[in-house]
Design a protein around this ligand. Sequence first.
Ligand SMILES: [Fe+2]
Length: 494
Amino acid sequence: MNHILGLSAGFHDAAVAVLNSNGNIVFAGHSERYSKIKNDPGISPDMLHELCDYDIDIVAFYERPWMHNLQQWRSGQRCYGPWTEHTAIRSYLGSWYKVPARQEVCFSHHLSHAAAGFQTSSFDEAAVVVIDAIGEMDTISIYHARYDDQGRAKYKRVWRQGYPHSIGLFYSAITKAVGLKPMEEEYITMGMAAYGTDLGAAWMKHKFVDDVETVRFKKNLHIGFDEYELSFSHNEDIAAAAQRLTEEMIMSVMRRARRLVKSDNLVYMGGVALNCVANSRLGQIYDKIWIMPNPGDAGSSLGAAALAYGERINWRDAFLGHDIPGVYPVADILDHLIAHRIVGVASGRAEFGPRALGNRSLLADPRGADIKNRVNEIKRRQKFRPFAPVILEECVNDYFEMPQNFPASRYMQIVARVRDPNSFPAITHADSTARVQTVPRDGSGIRQLLEQWYLLTGCPMLLNTSLNIRGEPMVNDRADADRFEQQYGVKVCS
Ligand SMILES: [Fe+2]
């Protein structure tokens, strides 16, 4: 066997992942970074150029196209895609797919989510919880996953919930109701929640939820709320109530998983697993938790490839995309930071997943009162949104109160209370928390930069936000970085 190509496309945020015969991830990337169309559902030909050196034996699609079409029909969206894995793979790969792979396969939507999590985890067995908006006809799945004596991954689904009862659709409907873009800006709704009061959560539950335990809603929220249905004075209060109710439902699902699967290990996947405020509570139920850093549908390209491979795959880090070669420019970045300048970095392989983790980042000194406004001037985003800190992992407890059973946070998946918010206002949210990224002693570029910064200043952390031109996806290649420099007058080091 040479290589397996995993493919996720056709709905939103298309992506590919390539595994070699040793179970190593040789490439994983998002189409949007190449086409410059945010959440691009199609596969960019420019991304496929990256794959020219690989002999592809198997192409694995992340869902069953006929089941997706069935769901579209059932929900009244009469926009059907290809019906078979063959037509789907052909249509998304286009003329690049001149030499067909020996095998074309597809897997169920939620199983692809589950495999992307379990087979990248260090666990030998685990409860796997998948929560998203809709995947084929599923909205929540709980699996018991394990490896058999031959090292083959085995999945047994022990519970499911189906359309239209969906935590993800509820949160998207709330996102639309507060004036944001559903299926894209849910993370802004989550940030907005810190500015409101959640006193309306009980009313919201009574009005829309039939049963929290089984996550059953009283109405189908796929098309959103009626115009005057949410009688709140402020959008922030809607967001806060919805966040509280969402957390209650997620925790109910997790308690169910704990009862049904006798395991201390949790793998959590699906788009709802991007809600880092809710994630911070998972340690109340589970001792060991793994959320693959790309838990949404894009990450399922890796899940489909993992299912075709069948065994544990080697997860090292999330730097799996386009490569900007060269040594990480530590000295150049430090020169700018010491001079109190905001500086970009575009170096090494791009992040697979929605978070900039140091290879496509805008960096700044997190100390001082004015830095948030200065970075916001460049990013031109809502003023209420704080920026994230990236910190040497061994120093994290000196600056943050980490949530239970999360000693580290290498992929910005949880929030932690800031011990001294007044000293770090730029990275502190309205509720005194921060979405912290910890960096272990892994020899990465961002690790070397933080070590040098700490030596020079005594501060082990930097402000880290994604490097992107407003309205565009994250910077991918050097040409994007050059455009960023011209547009904002901010140096991007490579
Ligand atoms: Fe999904």
